[in-house]
Design a protein around this ligand. Structure first.
Ligand code: HEC
Ligand code: HEC
Length: 331
């Protein structure tokens, strides 16, 4: 888990994909509200993924050369940030916690905490120019990359053509890299029919996750990422946060409303994906909660109107830990 390198699943290795497929079909998949991740990604090209990984870590994408995409989406922190609020180019702090980019291709309700961004291409176009992120200009970035002979050569071998170093290709490389980041877990093995893939406590925690109603919002292939709801539904999370000394309500706490200004969008957020949640603290869009136990407690209280007992939270936490990608679990 301490590795500073991105850990992706196998990318398009046809032979091993075939073997994995044979192993999987030997078991009977379960019928559950959560769906398993595939073991392999076959729709991206390794050369583009490798180039994208380099660009993702390239600080020349920011206006003052201080941050890369990776500064806020850390490979050793589950693709998220360990800081409550990330620091952008020119030292600007935005009052949001960086979400993970692992399994991002399966967040079908749009991107960012409010789902305001259509897809991965739109996300990159926006963040390079955004004063709150990279504060740079695509044209300048492309000029810099074109003048870097080794990088230009990598563009050429990945994309060919007369002008391989272009915004379209740089975006495609980063998107290819992002699409390669899938993290099948032991829980996926269980979903695919392997009874022994999770422990008795993890199974019990999953039953409690369903029985308490968490699964009503956190479901599908990313255990979230496919719906929008109000946060919070019961009581007032923001007033409680202020009372705990963790900050007054700010504009970004208004969720989708901050983007659309429509009254019905007040405090509407995308349901967070819970894949790798055990390794991506702090929690919520505001990064105001450090422990998973407290996040589970607050979800019960504010989304479901129930006080989940400590013993039940422990079991649910054990289940959530089984969603950590196998590549992060100690061998
Ligand atoms: C300064 C920190 C920072 C930098 C640098 C940064 N990001 Fe992010 N990223 C964030 C934050 C914060 C969000 C959530 C923004 C929101 O909800 O409005 C986010 C959201 C995302 C998302 C959507 C995640 C989701 O769950 O929907 C993707 C994909 C992403 N960033 C990729 C990138 C790429 C590619 C770059 C480089 C071009 C980049 N980020 C640079 C902080 C950063
Ligand atoms: C009514 C829908 C709803 C229900 C029910 C619900 N959640 Fe959530 N959950 C959300 C939303 C929306 C977010 C994102 C909130 C934010 O950060 O603004 C979230 C975020 C989370 C997070 C933090 C993820 C992160 O990366 O920051 C955890 C952990 C979590 N939920 C667990 C649970 C558990 C456990 C239950 C059951 C006790 C549950 N949720 C029930 C909607 C729901």
């Amino acid at each position: 888990m301490a590795s500073k390198h991105w850990k992706r699943g196998a990318v398009a290795i046809a032979l091993s994909a075939g073997i994995v497929h044979l192993l999987v079909v030997a078991q009977t998949p379960r019928s559950e509200p959560l769906l398993p991740l595939p073991d392999t990604v076959t729709d991206v090209e390794p050369a583009k993924v490798r180039l994208g990984e380099k660009l993702f870590a390239d600080k020349r994408f920011s206006g003052d050369g201080t941050v890369s995409c990776q500064s806020c989406h850390l490979p050793h922190a589950g693709g998220a940030d360990t800081r409550r609020h990330s620091v952008s180019a020119f030292g600007k702090v935005r009052e949001l916690n960086s979400p993970t980019i692992y399994n991002i291709r399966y967040n079908t309700a749009g991107l960012n905490w409010t789902g305001r961004t259509k897809d991965l291409h739109a996300q990159i176009t926006g963040s390079v120019g955004n004063a709150d992120t990279m504060a740079h200009d695509w044209k300048k970035v492309i000029d810099i990359l074109s003048a870097d002979a080794p990088i230009a050569a990598e563009f050429k071998s990945a994309y060919g053509g007369d002008q391989p170093v272009s915004q379209a290709n740089a975006m495609d490389a980063i998107v290819s890299f992002e699409k390669s980041l899938v993290t099948p877990s032991r829980f996926d093995d269980w979903l695919k029919g392997n009874d022994n893939a999770i422990t008795a406590q993890e199974k019990l925690g999953y039953d409690k996750f369903k029985a308490n109603g968490c699964v009503g919002c956190h479901n599908g292939i990313n255990v979230g990422g496919n719906l929008f709801t109000k946060f919070s539904m019961v009581g007032d999370y923001f007033a409680d946060r202020t009372a705990k000394g963790r900050g007054h309500m700010v504009e970004l706490d208004k969720g989708k409303f901050a983007v659309t200004k429509k009254p019905e969008d007040m405090h509407i957020f995308r349901v967070a994906s819970l894949r790798n949640v055990a390794i991506t603290p702090p929690y919520f869009h505001d990064g105001a909660v450090d422990s998973l136990d407290e996040a589970i407690l607050l979800m019960g209280r504010h989304q479901l109107g129930r006080e989940i007992a400590a013993a039940d939270r422990k079991d649910i936490e054990a289940f959530l830990k089984s969603l950590t990608g196998k590549q992060f679990e100690k061998k």
